[in-house]
Design a protein around this ligand. Structure first.
Ligand code: ARG
Length: 453
């Protein structure tokens, strides 16, 4: 069935059908299309186009429509629903499209569907954040090497490292909620582009369908998909963070690092090499990120330069949006699965923190606290490191006396800063890695997470 026909002498060609029909993917909007159509039937009754009993009959008929079968011969989900409505409700169904266009219907359906998916995404994100906090709770005093330029930089606690990701995901959560606010506006009553010729109660429809408000310009409704791009943008940020965590952990679980032990359930073996335990889950999380960016780029590019208002190009919004939702939600679930089954072996990262002169900054700061101007302290510790490296001498091999003998500006008691746990205690400014500060940040993160749900 087609929703037009009077104007045409022949139907679409076979190739045009295959090329343009979208039911095989927009079937995902089925539930939203039914809900929206029921609400619209009630709205039509309120303006006298339908009797109350007719609206009720239409709603019942809509409720009994099954999911489209694989071989449904319809252009898109809206056409399918109308065809079945006619089967179930007869001529009454001819009134449902009064003043309504598929252009607003597709916006409504996609918004309804996406709103639900945003709620699912944010719930999964909060679950992941909770698992990061659990892991952090076990390691508020576990020292690891922190890196810049993939070079050992300064000691931090593992909890502090995990809380960095908590912050990134908290911002992603915020961005998703901001996207939700722009998605959750009710477009019905916009017609094809010029607005409805019937005084439908748009606010009432919005309230009934759980929207926060109504869209304010009918041409804007037909023309734009920026709210879908808002989701794709937030999804891309979140995917970046997942991908970077995956990248870290692929390295941290390698033989070279030996910090992390990934659970058997999230790793794969090799068909040839018996010893292998590969981090495929993390690699796929990293890989999905590229795919999500692809969806983001795809829709951005589709929208660029489209003339006002609706153009059929916009049907290309759905597959990237659906795929991004699928890949992001799966990646969030997978990442949580990895976090929950990963353990940290404390010895290798501690050794990395002890051996690599990560305490150099702590020493320079101890000197400057004792009155040595920082640039001179920096210079002095630099010389100490140079000398130690050439003698292959680790920080722990310096006694207080040896240090004082190296340069009298070192007091013997400064040797305690050769232990990475010492300097760390000084980093108490909010946001720093002092274990007491991290414990407070962790407690705060728990209550922030609580208030997000
Ligand atoms: N399947 C179309 C889409 O997804 C529905 C809107 C069709 N509107 C039209 N004027 N052809 O965009």
């Amino acid at each position: 069935m087609k929703l037009w026909g009077g104007r045409f002498e022949s139907g679409p060609s076979e190739v045009f059908q295959r090329f343009s029909w979208s039911l095989h993917f927009d079937r995902r909007l089925f539930a939203a299309d039914i809900l929206g159509s029921q609400a619209y039937a009630r709205a039509l009754a309120r303006v006298g186009i339908l009797q109350d009993s007719e609206a009720q009959a239409i709603c019942d008929a809509l409720a009994s429509i099954p999911e489209p079968p694989a071989d449904a011969p319809d252009e898109d989900i809206h056409t399918y629903v109308i065809r079945l409505l006619k089967v179930n409700a007869g001529a009454l169904a001819d009134k449902i499209h009064t003043g309504r266009s598929r252009n607003e219907q597709v916006s409504l359906d996609t918004r309804l569907w996406l709103r639900g998916e945003i709620d699912r995404t944010t719930a999964l994100l909060r679950g992941l954040m909770a698992s990061l906090l659990d892991f952090a709770g076990k390691h508020t005093d576990t020292i690891v090497a922190g890196y810049t330029h993939v070079r050992r930089a300064q000691p931090v606690t593992w909890a502090h490292y995990l809380l960095a990701y908590f912050e990134m995901f908290a911002r992603d959560h915020q961005r998703l909620l901001q996207a939700r606010a722009r998605v959750n506006l009710m477009p019905l009553g916009s017609g094809a582009l010029a607005g409805s010729g019937f005084p439908v109660d748009r606010e009432g429809l919005a309230g009934e369908l759980g929207f926060d408000g109504v869209t304010l310009n009918s041409m804007d409704v037909s023309a734009d998909r920026d709210w879908a791009l808002d989701y794709l943008s937030a999804a891309s940020f979140c995917a970046i963070h997942l991908s970077r965590l995956a990248e870290d952990w692929i390295f941290y679980s390698s033989d070279e690092f030996g910090w992390l032990d990934l659970g058997d359930g999230v790793t794969s073996g090799s068909s040839l090499m018996p010893q292998k335990k590969n981090p495929d889950s993390l690699e796929l999380i990293r890989g999905k990120c590229g795919r999500i960016f692809g969806s983001f780029t795809s829709l951005f590019t589709t929208m660029k330069g489209l003339p006002m208002t609706y153009n059929r190009d916009m049907q290309e919004d759905k597959e990237p949006l659906f795929d991004a939702v699928d890949q992001l939600t799966l990646s969030l679930e997978m990442t949580r699965g990895v976090v929950e089954t990963t353990t940290l072996r404390p010895a290798p990262p501690l050794q990395a923190a002890e051996d690599g002169w990560l305490v150099a900054t702590d020493l320079a700061e101890a000197l400057s606290r004792a009155g040595v101007p920082f640039h001179q302290a920096h210079q002095l510790v630099g010389r100490l490191v140079l000398e130690s490296v050439s003698q292959n001498r680790k920080p722990s091999e310096w006694t207080g006396e040896a240090l004082h003998a190296f340069d009298p500006r070192f007091s013997p008691e400064m040797a305690r800063f050769m232990n990475p746990a010492e300097g760390m205690k000084t980093r108490t400014a909010p946001g720093g890695t002092a274990p007491a500060t991290v414990r407070a940040a962790l407690a705060a993160a728990h209550s922030r997470l609580e208030s997000m749900s």
